[in-house]
Design a protein around this ligand. Structure first.
Ligand SMILES: NC(=O)c1ccc[n+]([C@@H]2O[C@H](COP(=O)([O-])OP(=O)(O)OC[C@H]3O[C@@H](n4cnc5c(N)ncnc54)[C@H](O)[C@@H]3O)[C@@H](O)[C@H]2O)c1
Length: 429
């Protein structure tokens, strides 16, 4: 399937990191308002450029327009592409207000095309493994999700020096002005709502705590650098999501049920190890001892934190398993290896791959328009909650998504092998 990309900035290079893993997708051309950015990515990746957005939209070869422009341009670019009869995959948030998002889905329906939105980390092996543990009943009835999204104190990170492989600066000012909740909370909402269904109530708080986030960037931006939201779901479960660029990096995801919990270290690492703990009186009592709480390896002997699960695979797991960089010098390969193993291993193209697969099959849209609009509304509510707080009911909802497509499951035999450890049994007495 042929795609064309609008917006050749910082995130363009993150997408391109795994492009080689998707040979069924061909990039027929790119467009950016900045000519130099087009030149750089075309020379680096061997791509064609368009003279204008209209030229791109008039190209009959283009099936999907991938919108990687700045948030303020999302609506306009997506609307034009949908009206030109192209399917659209947009970076998040789809737009800055719910009416515009709903308008895009309406235009898509009228034109017989599809509109999809990032993020796509719901398709990661780690999320699939969390879903499997819950679906198999390994933690009993799910009750509660805790999700952290702290991304380091922004004022200490010198983000102004960060460049992508083709030299795009990390858009520091834009990130500060839009705020970390707008930019990031979708990564947790996508898997939490995918797992628990639609939220029926939101209690949220957001605030701006850091006065000067970077040299040369205006002081207070008026957007939050910290937010916390408690969501109540239609099925009676609850979630608490924290988002900041104030606290040190912490991306943990935990699903807590009546009989145990399943957790992983980061949404950004698509094959991040997943641990399953079946609570026992021993493992819960052992937590009272600070030596066991503070030493991970000692704690594990008493069952704290549980066992590592075999990761579920998907049809695109290979994208983050090996070097997919387009230009692979030895230096690049070493850097990519470290990045995949230790920093993050994400495949931003997998959302487009899933979209193309659904278009080819002609089946329903798994991440449905209602689902994407719901995520958009929750993002806007949490961001806008303010220091006085907000308690409200979202106006949008969606039908449950059902099992994730592309999952390569390995059955439930692992449940029978989940015996408590010897020390856990002793501590239970
Ligand atoms: N920076 C990141 O790490 C990151 C990660 C994930 C997602 N995103 C998302 O990706 C999107 C882009 O972010 P970025 O970091 O690449 O920003 P960026 O500023 O580096 O790049 C955006 C590019 O879009 C171009 N552009 C803007 N309006 C346009 C228009 N109307 N037509 C054509 N080109 C246009 C700009 O000239 C610029 O080159 C945002 O929605 C952001 O939330 C960014």
């Amino acid at each position: 399937m042929n795609i064309a990309i609008v917006g050749c900035g910082f995130v363009f290079d993150i997408y391109m990191r795994t492009f080689k893993a998707h040979p069924e997708l061909a990039i027929v051309g790119v467009f950016d308002l900045k000519s130099d950015r087009m030149d750089r990515v075309c020379a680096y990746y061997g791509l064609e450029r368009y003279a204008s957005l209209d030229a791109l939209l008039n190209d009959g070869r283009v099936d999907i327009v991938v919108n990687l422009t700045n948030i303020g341009a999302h609506f306009d670019v997506s609307r034009k592409a949908l009206m030109a009869g192209k399917h659209v995959y947009s970076e998040k948030p789809v737009t800055r207000n719910l009416q515009e998002t709903q308008e895009l889905f309406a235009i898509a329906a009228i034109n017989g095309v599809r509109m999809y939105g990032a993020p796509c980390n719901i398709y990661s092996d780690s999320v699939r493994t969390l879903f499997k543990a819950v679906g198999d009943g390994a933690i009993g009835k799910p009750l509660l999700v805790y999700a952290e999204l702290d991304d380091n104190p922004i004022h200490l990170m010198e983000f102004e020096k960060v460049r992508s492989p083709t030299g795009a600066p990390w858009p520091l000012e834009e990130e500060i002005l839009e705020g970390c909740t707008f930019e990031h909370v979708g990564y947790h909402l996508v898997w939490i709502c995918g797992l628990l269904g639609p939220a029926i109530a939101v209690t949220a708080y957001s605030n701006e705590l850091i006065e000067t986030k970077a040299a040369g960037v205006p002081g207070r931006s008026g957007t939050p650098d910290y937010s916390v939201a408690c969501l109540t779901f239609a099925n009676g479960t609850s979630a608490r999501i924290t988002c900041s660029v104030v606290a040190p990096r912490d991306h943990r995801m935990r699903v807590i049920g009546t009989d145990g919990e399943v957790s992983t270290d980061s949404y950004r690492q698509y094959r991040s190890p997943v641990h399953l703990e079946r609570y026992s009186k021993g493992s819960l009592s052992a937590r009272k001892l600070q030596v066991l709480r503070n030493s991970r390896s000692l704690g594990r002997l008493f069952g704290i934190g549980g066992r590592r699960m075999r990761l579920v695979r998907n049809w695109k797991s290979n994208a983050v398993e090996k070097d997919q960089s387009v230009r692979s010098s030895l230096r690049t390969r070493v850097k990519e290896w470290v990045r995949r193993k230790e920093v993050y291993a994400q495949d931003k193209f997998v959302g487009i791959a899933e979209m193309a697969r659904e278009i080819r099959a002609g089946g329903p849209q798994y991440l449905s328009p209602d689902f994407i609009a719901h995520l958009n509304e929750l993002t806007l509510l949490i961001q806008g909650a303010g220091p006085e707080g907000l308690a409200t009911r979202p106006t949008t909802t969606f039908a449950p998504l059902g099992p994730l497509p592309g999952t390569q499951d390995y059955g439930t035999g692992y449940l029978e092998r989940l015996h408590p450890t010897l020390l856990e049994r002793i501590a239970s007495r």
